[in-house]
Design a protein around this ligand. Structure first.
Ligand code: FMN
Length: 206
């Protein structure tokens, strides 16, 4: 089942400079839901369509766009809990699993990272590295350059998402310390895909 997302805003009163200055990793969240419009805006900032063709909100080495976005929803107004996949070209969410995600991320973080279980939403980026590795295999170090580029893209997407969340007044933390196999399973990535970054998002509790 597909859920159309609200149209993202493409202008805002808050300046980019103030978002860069105010950005902090926020790990305490209230029980309140985030709005569907806010989730829509953050997903657009990560990988939304920004041109007539395949252009998206974050840069991509070789224009390959290997990143896939899965979303574990706990508390979003107007959206049932579950695991979804973001479809960048239609700006919609595809439901992968509507079972309660409670406890799904237990043990996924390396060390104690309760924010993985307390945030309203956790967004996971993932990629199949085979395409980028093959595309850049003529460049040294062979086999590694494509992998580096996927992680660089994940970092670019993380900063877009973090600044967008800051502009929306939401709490956000990038989590890269996670158990790969457990995260892959929890976010329902298909065989061949590996998670590269997790973003916890929620209403700030301060
Ligand atoms: C590559 C990377 C990985 C990170 N992984 C985690 C993580 O696993 N868990 C976490 O709570 N924070 C993680 N962080 C957030 C950092 O702890 C945080 O950015 C740092 O303490 C600086 O604080 P600030 O973001 O508020 O400026 C990560 C940040 C980066 C850039």
């Amino acid at each position: 089942m597909f859920y159309e997302l609200p149209t993202p805003a493409t202008s805002a009163a808050q300046s980019l400079v103030s978002c860069i200055k105010e950005r902090r990793s926020v790990r305490n969240y209230s029980e309140a839901a985030i709005s569907l419009a806010a989730l829509s805006q953050v997903l657009w900032a990560i990988q939304g369509k920004t041109g007539e063709g395949s252009e998206r909100a974050t840069p991509s080495a070789g224009g390959l766009y290997p990143l896939h976005i899965h979303v574990l929803v706990r508390r979003v107004s107007e959206l049932k809990h579950g695991v979804y996949e973001y479809e960048w070209n239609t700006h919609s969410l595809k439901l992968l699993d509507d079972k309660s995600p409670e406890g799904n991320l237990t043990g996924v973080g390396i060390g104690e990272q309760p924010w993985l279980e307390e945030s309203a939403v956790v967004i996971a980026l993932g990629a199949n590295f085979d395409g980028p590795v093959k595309y850049f295999e003529s460049q040294l170090p062979r086999g590694e350059r494509g992998v580096r580029y996927v992680f660089m893209e994940s970092g670019a997407a993380a900063q877009n998402a973090h600044l967008q969340a800051t502009a929306l007044g939401l709490g956000f933390v990038l989590v890269a310390g996670f158990d790969d196999a457990k995260a892959k399973n929890a976010f329902q990535f298909a065989p061949g895909f590996e998670p590269t970054a997790l973003f916890c998002i929620g209403q700030r509790d301060d």
